[in-house]
Design a protein around this ligand. Sequence first.
Ligand code: CU
Length: 104
Amino acid sequence: MRYFLYTSLAALLGLGAVAMVHAAKPAPESAEVVKAKVVKVDAPRSKITLKHAPIRSIRMEAMTMPFRVSDPTMLAPLKAGDRVTFSVAMQDGELVITQIKAAK
Ligand SMILES: [Cu+2]
């Protein structure tokens, strides 16, 4: 009986921990926001080169690399040296920036 009580308690605590982990995770539709520094802007090609922090959701380490942006008008306010935050998504098998803005 005692064993049963302990295992029930453990199960309840375990469920609570799982619920908390789920609550802490962003909803699937809200993408991870990543910090970066702008290295180069190539608006005519809808490209921007970023020195970015690790992107945990896709297990990418910190590095400098070019990205395509889903909408080139996102690049208008940006220039080399700016600190930004951005999110990426896979679109047609390619990693694309879906939002990017100056960091506060
Ligand atoms: Cu990268």
